[in-house]
Design a binder for this molecule. Structure first.
Ligand code: SF4
Ligand code: SF4
Length: 292
């Protein structure tokens, strides 16, 4: 059943590797005790939410996705003028023995070559650029995970497709693991969110990237909260971030090498006795107070 008004929480970050998926997995498991949750992995270049949930295999459904097109050349019509190779801004067409040759790994599917070819020899055709994998987790909620085929483009549109698929499920809360950064997949994940949880770490690049992604969140006028992961690797900077975050500060998670051991054994953090579990529970409690 399609439900337009389900609440959407997006977990995002300015840079990769700051603990976004770990936090998403923990929050999804905690929210699932009280709400009808559906978890979405929209980090389509490197989806790993299933790993953090401890079950990366046995997908119940795999849907091929085509959100991008690539050009093909009809050499019977082509006269070898070379205009397409000259004008392609991505260097994806090279002339070889007076014939244009397309490098699909460089092609962004912009369609310029099709438009400008004087002989109408180029046509854009849809290509499969990703897939959506769906499964019910052992925690009782569904996971919808998007995967971009390496070398393909169109990640933002795949995120839209993931949300469309997730919308078909009967749930009242979407927990969305976004890609890091400020690109199309991040905008696609954030644009209709009800709340964005931004994860950062106390490093100069962590702070700079946090401010960049925050601009997007503020552009869409979405309520947000900030979490510092590995706060104890630089306590001074963590204090500065906390002060700067002011009322949007939601909590902090300590650096702990044991996290990586547990994920390598496919043991979700919420099923360990690590301090991280307690820290995520605290963030969950604060988040609960803010959003409901
Ligand atoms: S622009 Fe058209 S005709 Fe000219 S080389 Fe490219 S494909 Fe051939
Ligand atoms: S679709 Fe765009 S990027 Fe791809 S070959 Fe044509 S002009 Fe270049």
């Amino acid at each position: 059943m399609k439900q337009e008004n389900k609440f959407k929480i997006v977990i995002s970050s300015g840079k990769g590797g700051v603990g976004k998926s770990m936090l998403t997995s923990g929050l999804a498991m905690l929210f699932a005790k009280k709400k009808k949750v559906i978890a979405l992995d929209c980090d389509v270049d490197a989806p790993n939410l299933a790993i953090w949930l401890g079950e990366p295999e046995n997908w119940q459904k795999i849907i091929p996705i085509s959100t991008s097109s690539k050009p093909t050349i009809d050499y019977k019509k082509c006269d070898g003028c070379g205009l397409c190779a000259q004008k392609c801004q991505f260097g994806a067409i090279k002339m070889a023995k007076k014939r244009p040759v397309i490098n699909p790994f460089l092609c962004e599917g912009c369609g310029l070559c099709e438009m400008i070819c004087p002989k109408k020899a180029i046509k854009l055709k849809p290509v499969q650029n990703g897939e959506i994998r769906i499964k019910k987790t052992r925690y009782g909620f569904w996971l919808v995970s998007g995967h971009l085929i390496p070398g393909e483009t169109g990640s933002g549109k795949i995120v839209d497709k993931i949300k469309e698929e997730a919308d078909k499920f009967n749930s009242d809360l979407m927990i969305i693991d976004s890609a890091p950064g400020t690109g199309c997949p991040v905008i696609a994940a954030i644009k209709d969110a009800n709340f964005v949880l931004l994860v950062t770490e106390p490093t100069p690049s962590g702070v700079t990237d946090l401010k960049k992604v925050l601009k997007i969140v503020q552009y869409f006028k979405i309520k947000y909260g900030i979490v510092i992961n590995k706060w104890d690797i630089n306590r001074d900077l963590s204090r500065t971030i906390q002060k700067w975050s002011n009322r949007t500060f939601l909590g902090k998670i300590s650096y702990n090498k044991e996290i990586f051991r547990s994920v390598s054994y496919l043991q979700p953090i919420m099923e360990t006795n690590l301090i991280t579990k307690k820290e995520i529970e605290k963030i969950f409690q604060k988040l609960n107070k803010i959003i409901w």
